[in-house]
Structure formats: C-alpha cells, structure tokens
Ligand binder design. Structure first.
Ligand SMILES: [Zn+2]
Ligand SMILES: [Zn+2]
Length: 275
C-alpha cells in the first residue's frame, strides 16, 4: 500500500478513532469524545430491551446499522432487503430534512448497503410484520406516509429508560431499593442516549469485531477521499461475512461473555467491552 494515499489519522473519518484514538476529532458531528458517547454492546442490549416493542426496531437499527437520524427518518420498508440466501441488507439512499423533506445524502458515500446482523434482523422482521407496511412506506414513520420526529421518539425512549434499572429489570421489580430478580445494589435508571450516540456505538462495534477499516467506512457512509474511489463495490459475500462477524461480537459482548477477536483483527482494543 502506498502510504502517501492514506489520509492522516486526524483527518480520517471518525469510525476508527472511536476506540483507539479518543482524542481524535470526530468529523461527522459535534460530538468530540467517542468513547464517552458510545454505549457498550451490553448497554445497547439493555437499552433496547427496555423500550416499548413498537420502538425497538428503530433504535436497534441506529445501534446495529449506524444509520444517521435523517437516514432513519427517510428509510422505506423496501430498503430492508433479503436476497433469498440469508444475506440481509439495509440500503441507505436518502437523508431527511425537517423543512425540505427527502434530501440527497451528504456525499456519494452516503448511498450504501449495510449488512444486517441477526440481532437486528429479528427486530426488523417483527417491526415490519407488526406495522403491516411495505414498499414505499416509511419504515419507522409515525405513519407509513409520515416520518417520525426525533424529539418524540427520544422522549418515549427516555421515559422507558428512566423506568429500567441498569441491572436490566424494571423499576416495578425493585422493592425497598432491592431488585426482586437479581442482586443489584439498588435501582439506578439506565442513562438515556440519542441517535448519534448509537451511531458512535455502531462504529465502535465494527472496530471491536475486527471488521476491516475500508468496509467499516463504507457501512458508516463516510466519504473517504481516495479510499472511496477504490472500493465502490460491496459484494454480497462481504456483506454476509461481516454480518456474521458483527453478530459474533454483539451476541458475545451483549451477554457479557469474553470475546475472542478473529485473527487478523487490527484494532488496538484486544479486550471487547463487556461492561
Ligand atoms: Zn436493579
Ligand atoms: Zn435486577
């Protein structure tokens, strides 16, 4: 590889800085410290479990596909795709603007296919069945014809998270400070997050799972200068492979087991986040 073609670390897109270089500037948002604004796979699993059933698929897509808020708002049911061979892909084609509606993505790299890990597939399938939506209907819309609003969905989530303990059990399962179902130290509500924190978390999962840097940039929709032009194709086999890799990490890390990273993983974080 000709190193002169590789952008310097600080000007690179933020996906790789999440775990390894917390001081690096995140170019995709105003959030500067990725480590502080990411939820571990285990925290994500707790946050998702605490949500009302009808809201879970939206947040799961934010956590496990890393789509931007506007991309989630603009997403249609037809963008969830299966090729019949167990390759499940989420297509991102547009963003959403509160005033103007559907907008083109920030850059060509914004149009992309993201592998759907099984932890996300289950929620998406249930969601589509529950809403009965298809085709051009908004996947997560307030209705099939109107997108969701950020503030409304965050408020509903915050309400649910405030009633759930970090031990994973509901407030109602705690009596006199003690949990009926486990030995937690007393009720402590889950800390609420926003959609961009989910995107940061996704980036750190890709990193911790050992997904290649190039592919991670593709899935994040990062425009990456000279790198982008060289990797415009996403082969179905790559998407399937990365879904499996990500799943292995998320399932193990989400349940608190020790994760052994695949050989060849090039991140500096050899120990997966399990806390
Ligand atoms: Zn508890
Ligand atoms: Zn408990």
């Amino acid at each position: 590889m000709n190193l002169s073609n590789v952008p310097a670390a600080t000007s690179r897109t933020c996906s790789r800085s999440s775990v390894v270089r917390s001081a690096s500037v995140c170019t995709c948002s105003t959030v500067r410290n990725w480590v502080a604004s990411s939820s571990s796979a285990r925290e994500a699993a707790r946050l998702l479990a605490a949500l009302p059933d009808e809201d879970r698929a939206l947040w799961a897509t934010a956590f496990y596909a890393g789509a931007r808020l506007g991309e989630l708002q603009a997403m249609r049911v037809r963008h969830v795709q299966s090729d019949g061979n167990d390759v499940h892909v989420l297509h991102v084609q547009h963003g959403w603007d509160r005033k103007t509606g559907v907008i083109e993505p920030k850059s060509r790299a914004g149009v992309r296919a993201i592998p759907i890990p099984s932890v996300l597939r289950t929620d998406l399938v249930e969601h589509i069945e529950r809403t009965g939506r298809s085709g051009d209907a908004f996947l997560f819309g307030r209705t099939g014809a109107a997108p969701f609003t950020d503030s409304h969905m965050r408020k509903r989530a915050r309400t649910a998270w405030a009633k759930t303990c970090t031990c994973g059990h509901a407030l109602t399962e705690h009596r006199e400070g003690k949990c009926d179902s486990c030995a937690c130290a007393g009720f402590a509500a889950l800390a609420g997050i926003g959609f961009h924190e989910c995107r940061h978390s996704y980036s750190s999962y890709l990193d911790a799972a050992g997904i290649s840097e190039t592919r991670a940039d593709r899935y994040m929709g990062h425009s990456n200068g000279s790198m982008r032009a060289r990797y415009t194709h996403q082969l179905p086999a790559q998407l399937a492979e990365d879904a499996v890799t990500l799943d292995a990490y998320l399932i193990a890390a989400g349940s608190g087991k020790v994760v052994s990273l695949p050989t060849g993983a090039r991140t500096g974080s050899q120990v997966a986040q399990t806390g």
